[in-house]
Design a protein around this ligand. Structure first.
Ligand SMILES: Nc1nc2c(ncn2[C@@H]2O[C@H](COP(=O)(O)OP(=O)(O)OP(=O)(O)O)[C@@H](O)[C@H]2O)c(=O)[nH]1
Ligand SMILES: [Mg+2]
Length: 257
């Protein structure tokens, strides 16, 4: 990461939530480093700062282990988007999203966007076994819908199997869509006025890259209004220097906590 990026201030926050072992860290690695590598179970949380056009987006990876559960709502505070992640081969991981993780999003922004993501699709779906990766992470920023579509790689005629073995898919796309509907009801949102389930329920593979760019870049485009609103609010109500107000003329040095 370039030195200057350490100084960049995030405009907006996206949080990955979900049970341990579903592949949250692997999804972030796949998107940011373009590879699938060995992971260790996450402790606490960590974030990656992504430059998306002129905007800085922080993507938070959180720990799924029960012992870190209490930290979840802290990580979600002020989030513009939350990625609720499950493992398509593990029904319980979908159930956990509702039982354990949904309530953590109470601290997210009131207009937070939700994606329901079934990872490890390479284990159940031949089309997800095809490697889908470009060499470099896009920094182009917001694109038109037609550009996004044409940027999706076309799978070759016959997919190359990674293992030859397919596992039983325990969670279907319909199960995820149903969860998304319950999530909207939990949030008190009108289904018709919200982003449609078909657009917000993804199946991905961190192992092959299947749908990973599409997931993150769809969310980046969707959080743009939040970024613009925040920037406008900051313009309208700039920070007041209390020392100046007192007329001392002495300026305090601000520091980041
Ligand atoms: N086949 C396959 N395995 C995956 C995929 N994503 C992750 N894994 C494997 O699943 C295991 C857990 O992956 P992690 O990314 O560490 O999972 P996590 O959700 O970050 O787990 P915690 O940090 O404990 O919450 C690792 O052994 C990964 O190699 C995937 O898309 N396909
Ligand atoms: Mg992890």
């Amino acid at each position: 990461m370039p030195e200057v990026s350490k100084l960049r201030k995030p405009d907006v926050k996206i949080v990955l939530l979900g049970d341990m072992n579903v592949g949250k860290t692997s999804l972030l690695h796949r998107y940011t480093e373009r590879r699938f590598k060995d992971t260790v179970s996450t402790v606490g949380g960590a974030f990656f700062l992504k430059q998306w056009g002129p905007y800085n987006i922080s993507i938070w990876d959180t720990a799924g282990r029960e012992q870190f559960h209490g930290l979840g709502s802290m990580y979600c505070r002020g989030a513009a988007a939350v990625i609720l992640t499950y493992d398509v081969t593990n029904w319980q991981s979908l159930a956990e999203l509702e039982e354990r993780f949904l309530s953590l999003t109470d601290t997210a922004n009131h207009d937070c966007i939700y994606a329901v993501v079934g990872n490890k699709a390479d284990l159940t779906d031949p089309k997800a076994q095809v490697h889908q990766d470009s060499d470099s992470v896009s920094e182009e920023g917001p694109r038109t819908e037609s550009q996004v579509l044409s940027a999706c790689p076309t799978p070759p005629a016959s997919p190359v199997s990674l293992s030859g073995l397919m596992l039983h898919k325990q969670v279907t796309h319909e199960d995820a869509v149903a969860l998304y509907g319950r999530l909207l009801r939990y949030k008190g949102l009108d289904e018709k006025a919200s982003l449609p389930a078909d657009k917000m329920c993804f199946e991905t593979s961190a192992k092959t890259g299947y749908n990973v760019d599409t997931l993150f870049e769809t969310l980046f485009d969707l959080v743009l209004p939040s970024i613009l609103r925040k920037r406008n609010e900051n313009k309208e109500s700039p920070t007041v220097d209390l020392e100046d107000c007192r007329g001392t003329g002495k300026k305090t040095r601000s520091s980041c906590c």
